[in-house]
Design a protein around this ligand. Structure first.
Ligand code: 9Z3
Length: 350
């Protein structure tokens, strides 16, 4: 199956997300405005995708991403004059409000009552909050920020494809900055349980095995069945996931506007693999930049892997500047923007 066939087989298998038409209408109006104003537009994806285990979803597989990178990057892009479409995991961090919404950064801790019982921002936070508020207002008033949510990996795919198509009129003014942590595995719809998976007496189902639904002889799916622990038998559940089709190919070759720039992220935990995997991704999809990061150091260092020299460039925030307010996004966006600009001056990315 080639990439186009894989695309239709995937998208034909799912109903589009309920909010897709509304999101498309919002995005169309937003993009038209930016085209009229000759602005550059970046699609920032952010946060983790879920993989539902049931159609009527009670349980799902998730990942660690809080959306910090995406939200901080969106702010920096706005600072650098881009309009931003922020496609993010619902309830993950958002540009600007992220400074006051984290569980360790509760907005209530920034507030106080004054003598007349009016709610005010505590004096020590006034300067920082005024700065954030002004930037947020500016972005909103000038229609520079469009915030769109997704939850599942399938919703993410539908949204990405639709937004990329809508961005076509932007040509070389479009930038894709794919920071969302997208699941590599999912349960295809035809194998997904409709109802909540039961912990006992699970009805027969091809991709979900329990010990109440034992494997047939010759079936090579691991069941988790442990003969030594008969008491555990009824509690085990084994999930059989398929790989998510690699749609970066389709984004590069079909969905995205001609001449646009595509930046993807590569996440690893093994330092020995990071640059190799980033390079392989760049070669495989022939896009413009892969930003590699390791789970444990992602806030302080990233590596830019590019097709042109220097091929590999590390950006590190010095130890002394590693505070909540100073992340690497400033440098990171500066460099990505530089590459986008070079491409635009050449009449589009090659
Ligand atoms: C990233 O690597 C992002 O930098 C993080 C940011 C998800 C690590 P946080 O949201 O973390 O600030 O907590 N994103 C891309 C991850 C990903 O799914 N990449 C795919 C892969 O590694 C390729 S598109 O295979």
């Amino acid at each position: 199956m080639d990439a186009t066939e894989a695309e239709s087989s995937y998208f034909n298998n799912y109903p589009p997300p309920k909010a897709l038409n509304k999101h498309k209408a919002l995005a169309r109006a937003f993009i038209d405005l930016q085209v009229e104003k000759h602005r550059r537009v970046v699609l920032v994806t952010s946060g983790g995708t879920t993989v539902p285990l049931e159609t009527q979803t009670v349980r799902f597989i998730d990942n660690f991403s809080a959306g910090t990178r995406g939200a901080a990057s969106a702010e920096q892009f706005l600072e650098n004059g881009y309009a931003v479409i922020f496609l993010h995991r619902q309830f993950s961090l958002l540009p600007y409000s992220r400074h006051y919404s984290h569980s360790t950064n509760c907005f209530l801790d920034f507030m106080d009552e004054d003598a007349s019982s009016a709610i005010v921002v505590r004096s020590e936070y006034q300067t920082a909050m005024r700065d954030v508020l002004r930037k947020y207002r500016l972005a909103k008033q000038n229609n520079l920020l469009l915030v769109l949510p997704f939850t599942t990996v399938t919703e993410y795919m539908f949204e990405l494809r639709a937004l990329a198509h809508l961005m076509k009129p932007l040509g070389a003014n479009a930038l894709f900055y794919l920071a969302a942590a997208v699941s590599d595995f999912f349960i295809p719809r035809d194998r997904m349980a409709e109802h909540k998976i039961q912990s006992s007496e699970i009805p027969a189902h091809p991709n979900i095995r329990s010990n109440s639904n034992p494997l047939e002889d010759g079936d090579d799916v691991y069941t988790g069945y442990n003969e030594d622990q008969p008491s555990n038998k009824s509690k085990k559940l084994v999930i059989d996931l398929d790989p998510v089709p690699k749609f970066l190919h389709r984004l590069v070759d079909g969905w995205a506007p001609e001449g646009s720039m595509i930046v993807s992220f590569k996440l690893e935990t093994d330092p020995n693999l990071l640059v190799y995997k980033a390079r392989t991704s760049l070669q495989r999809y022939a896009h413009h930049l892969v930003i590699g990061n390791l789970l444990s150091t992602r806030k302080w260092e990233v590596v830019f892997v590019t097709p042109d020299p220097p091929h590999e460039r590390w950006i590190r925030v010095p130890k002394t500047r590693r505070s909540k307010s100073i992340s690497g996004e400033e440098n990171l966006i500066g460099l990505a923007e530089g590459q986008h600009q070079d491409g635009q001056e050449r009449g589009g990315q090659e």
